[in-house]
Design a protein around this ligand. Structure first.
Ligand code: DGL
Length: 271
């Protein structure tokens, strides 16, 4: 048993879509969440920059004595984690492999679309993860970078969101995919808009569910499950507490207390 919190982080508020599912599946687990709103988005930045930001995010969370880290960001999982994972001294759960597994469970015709940030798409990591589990599926990938800004702006279902979604997703509609992976943790905020554009026949995959199953199993295997009766949630942002609160409450669908602003300048990259 281990009552210490789980550390969860993302480039911004998108990782709260993962936190929401963890809260549901693992209600006894305390969570410390860090959203790097001051430096979001990561998905349009170079690999070196994402690695630098990620090592500071990790240094912060590890300084909070977390028992395990959930990387609730596909961009970090795809681009930075492979370079940094050997330096992390607690178990780590990432989002790509659960998303890949989930897509393969859902597809009927083996035609899978992946939408993600530019960095995740260019890394090819999602397509590789799916193909390594089943080489016979067809995969079409498309970067949708503006979805992150729309999500962070709270523009999830307005006309601008619909227009951008139509423009990005037309190509995938033509490809007649039957399953679409939301390969960025911000995208579940736009789920209704994306579903409307793709049509009801296309199954949308949010990796948070499968991730929570992976997390649950890992906590059990490593004997890290919490015996807390009441979980504690603490939130940290590198930008405005007010913005975090407003959008965070929209995502979680409940009041958020305990938000603090943190400056990561004192957490050196790589150390
Ligand atoms: N939410 C992040 C992801 O899952 C990234 C968004 C961004 O910072 O570009 O990829």
């Amino acid at each position: 048993m281990d009552n210490r919190p789980i550390g969860v982080f993302d480039s911004g508020l998108g990782g709260l879509t993962v936190v929401k599912e963890i809260m549901k599946q693992l209600p006894n687990e305390s969570i410390i969440y860090f959203g790097d709103d001051g430096r979001t988005p990561y998905g349009t930045k170079s690999k070196q920059t994402v690695i630098k930001y990620t090592s500071q995010d990790l240094a912060f969370l590890l300084s909070m004595n977390v028992k395990l880290v959930v990387v609730a960001c596909n961009t970090v999982s795809a681009v930075a984690l492979p370079e940094l994972i050997s330096d992390i001294n607690v178990p780590v759960v990432e989002v790509i492999n659960p998303g890949a597994k989930s897509a393969l469970k859902k597809t009927k015709q083996g035609r899978i679309g992946i939408i993600a940030t530019t960095a995740t798409t260019q890394s090819g990591v999602y397509a590789n993860a799916i193909k390594s589990l089943n080489p016979n599926v067809e995969i079409v990938s498309k970067a949708c970078p503006l979805f992150v800004n729309l999500a962070e702006e709270g523009w999830w279902e307005n006309d601008i969101a619909k227009m951008v979604a139509n423009e990005y997703l037309e190509e995938l509609r033509q490809e007649k995919i039957d399953t679409l992976v939301l390969g960025c943790t911000h995208y579940p905020m736009l789920i209704n808009t994306i579903q409307a554009v793709m049509g009801e026949d296309v199954v949308l995959v949010n990796s948070a569910k499968e991730l929570s199953v992976t997390l649950k199993n890992l906590l059990r295997e490593e004997n890290l499950e919490s015996a807390n009766e009441i979980a504690q949630y603490q939130y940290y942002t590198s930008d405005s507490v007010e913005k975090f609160k407003a959008l965070g409450e929209m995502i979680l669908g409940k009041e958020i207390k305990n938000i603090k602003r943190v400056d990561l300048d004192c957490f050196k990259a790589g150390g």
